[in-house]
Design a protein around this ligand. Structure first.
Ligand code: GLN
Length: 370
């Protein structure tokens, strides 16, 4: 089989050579790594990965092909894909196709044969950075010049690229117990599913919804989803969270939603050196001391004090969860408002289900019990 050579060029000039995987072409984004050993289809279709070139630390990728059930959105969102050793055969009863073909069909430029361990160590030491994957035959110097002219993730306002154009409803399973307005900042399909199975009718709304229109719907709860880009740019969603807090509507946020709630409370956000991406990240609930193994995908974090509750415009708020690897804020809890959020992914997909109870906690908030 003939192969086309490809390059991965990082903004500091480090270059990896390999073979084209997926579409032939050239693509730009932030180079990041994820440590999930499973769940590549969910990763590829997670809108939070928009504008990121994702490297898999798992060495063998594509073993189970792709199927019709595991997409987390309508398309692949990663800007580029980096793997060590793609599977030559797809082996799974659910498989409807091969990973490389799906990447090619959707025009996703990837590279295989990369020493992903060396790449990961480099990103861990130097930090996530701009990069390109190119299989067009250009020289590393030519590609590097374009990388240096490409936009960086800090300051990137990307929610508008991924949010739904029109509102839609995900029906509750069984009897409708609650109606939740879910602000789509790049929502994954499994999130409304987790709510629907608890009797929640989920009204997914565009990120551009006006605060007064949100409150006019009189939802039982407001949810803020995950999403791509720099939370410092998300002024519109922050205004929605402030409206929700101000009106005492039960509020729950995941990942980007945690950052939005944090900003609504007056906390800042900052960029992590290389972020957390994977499905085995230990997070501790600071109240119970219990540790959950959780799915992460974030490059930014909330800057909030750990020594007791902070006084905010919306009453007291505390850091509820921290990551045990690096003490990064992984959750916020309002003591005087019915609102909380986590930086990780209770919906999993992919990942463990340790944090599924947080959807029950949202239900209890709507019941007015905690
Ligand atoms: N998965 C997410 O919601 C990511 C949030 C944000 N884009 C970050 O990188 O931190």
């Amino acid at each position: 089989m003939s192969t086309t050579s490809a390059l991965l060029v990082l903004e500091d000039g480090r270059t990896f050579r390999g073979e084209a995987f997926g579409a032939i072409g050239e693509t730009f984004g932030e180079a990041v790594f994820t440590t999930g050993m499973t769940g590549y289809q969910e990763t590829l279709t997670d809108p939070s990965y928009h504008r990121q070139i994702v490297a898999m630390t798992a060495p063998h990728v594509g073993n189970t092909g792709v199927n019709g059930e595991d997409d987390e959105s309508a398309r692949i969102w990663v800007a580029g894909y980096v793997v060590r050793d793609p599977a030559r055969i797809s082996s799974n009863w659910r498989a409807t196709g091969a990973l490389g073909d799906r990447l090619a069909d959707e025009g996703i430029v990837g590279i295989a044969g990369v020493d992903t361990r060396a790449l990961t160590r480099h990103l861990r030491e130097r930090g996530a950075m701009r990069a390109a994957v190119s299989s067009t035959g250009e020289s590393p110097a030519e590609v590097l010049e374009k990388v240096l002219a490409s936009p960086s993730m800090a300051g990137a306002d990307l929610v508008g690229d991924v949010t739904t154009a029109e509102p839609y409803v995900v029906p509750a399973q069984g009897q409708v117990r609650y109606r939740v307005a879910a602000i789509d900042l790049g929502i994954k399909r499994n999130t409304p599913r987790r709510m629907a199975e608890r009797g929640i009718e989920v009204h997914v709304l565009p990120a551009t919804t006006a605060p007064e229109d949100l409150l006019r719907l009189a939802p039982d709860g407001v949810f803020f989803s995950n999403g791509p880009g720099d939370p410092a740019t998300a002024d519109g969603p922050v205004a929605l969270a402030r409206a929700s807090l101000g009106a005492d509507v039960p509020t729950f946020g995941i990942c980007f939603g945690n950052q939005v709630l944090g900003r609504a409370l007056g906390f800042g956000t900052y960029k992590l050196r290389y972020g957390h991406r994977g499905i085995n990240q230990p997070v501790m609930d600071r109240q119970t001391g219990k540790v959950e193994v959780t799915a992460h995908n974030h490059g930014f974090a909330v800057d909030a004090p750990r020594d007791g509750a902070a006084e905010t415009e919306f009453g007291r708020a505390e850091v509820s969860h921290v990551c045990l690897n690096d003490d990064v804020v992984e959750g916020l809890n309002c003591l005087d408002k019915p609102a909380f959020s986590v930086q990780y992914h209770p919906e999993a997909a992919a990942g463990p289900h340790d944090a599924d109870y947080l959807f029950d906690r949202f239900v209890r908030l709507m019941e007015g019990k905690s």
